[in-house]
Design a protein around this ligand. Structure first.
Ligand SMILES: [Zn+2]
Length: 292
């Protein structure tokens, strides 16, 4: 079942693959070796933002298309894990972003979409652990050929358009002609789909003075989502520094396709301890309603 996605690394992808290999070999091999015998657990591997900026290719690609660049990095990372006989899964968590990524949550607008930005926030988990189908597996009802289709979070589930093996089979029997009605009867194989753990939360900006005392809280509550090893680990009211890609989502209880209104969603890439030793948080009255 080769060529489901037809991906042969193009030159840009090959450069990024090579750049990640060098970065991990130089900086993270000891950690990769150490994480042995944890039996299919997911771990975050913290990668300094400065290391990404040192490499011209990673610097360019990570800042223009972070999801794609990280996806390739995660492939390389798990190759390394396999080489070292390790069956747990590692995901890259870039941390300590440079100052020009630091931003204020309340100033976020739609124009910041796709940026990766750093915020100091209070987090309040709201959904509890959930799962979503990240990659769906479909089987053609005619020929049983299987194909995988990547899905998008909180969007309509996508299925294959047509079955190429069925078309080729028809063409071979009909002098190269394509079938008049394209074969497109698929069933999803629920057990073989790839699921990812996620959890929704609210984030409120925290402003500190130079001594690390909480000066005030932000006006707005933003919705965020975390995945993998962060799910189920966050404590309500804890203060963190988060690095998030700014995305858009439909309003709660609305349909993405039918309703054009959008809200900002923080796709939280990594979570760090707060750099401030917060001393007076208990004096700050924080009230959150969980009604949304
Ligand atoms: Zn088929």
């Amino acid at each position: 079942m080769t060529g489901n996605n037809g991906i042969e690394p193009d030159p840009a992808m090959q450069e990024v693959l090579a750049a990640w290999r060098i970065l991990f070999d130089k900086n993270h091999i000891d950690e990769i070796k150490r994480l042995k015998g944890y039996d299919e657990r997911v771990f975050g591997l913290e990668v300094e933002h400065s290391l990404i900026c040192e490499n011209e290719i990673l610097k360019l690609e990570f800042h223009t298309r972070p999801d794609w660049t990280l996806e390739i990095g995660n492939i390389v990372l798990n190759e390394k894990m396999m080489i070292h006989g390790n069956d747990s899964r590692l995901v890259i968590r870039v941390v300590n972003f440079s100052e020009n990524h630091h931003f204020f949550l309340d100033d976020l607008r739609m124009r910041h979409r796709s940026s990766m930005l750093t915020f100091d926030v209070i987090l309040i988990p709201t959904s509890g652990p959930l799962g979503w189908i990240k990659k769906a597996v479909y089987e053609c009802i005619e020929c049983e050929h299987r194909s995988e289709v990547k899905q998008r979070l909180a969007r309509e589930r996508e299925a294959p358009n047509l079955c190429m093996p069925c078309i080729k089979d028809y063409a071979a029997k009909n002098k190269g002609e394509w079938p008049p009605i394209p074969p497109r009867h698929f069933k999803m194989i629920v057990e073989d789909c790839y699921y990812e753990d996620i959890e929704y939360l609210k984030a409120v900006e925290v402003l500190f003075d130079s001594e690390g005392n909480v000066l005030k809280l932000g006006e707005e509550k933003f919705t965020g989502v975390v995945n993998d090893e962060y799910v189920g680990t966050l404590t309500s009211g804890s203060i963190h520094r988060i690095n998030a890609r700014i995305a858009v989502d439909h309003l709660p209880n609305r349909d993405f396709v039918k309703d054009t209104r959008r809200m900002i969603l923080l796709k939280i890439h990594s979570i760090e301890d707060s750099p401030f030793s917060v001393s007076n948080i208990s004096e700050t009255s924080i009230e959150f309603d969980h009604s949304e």
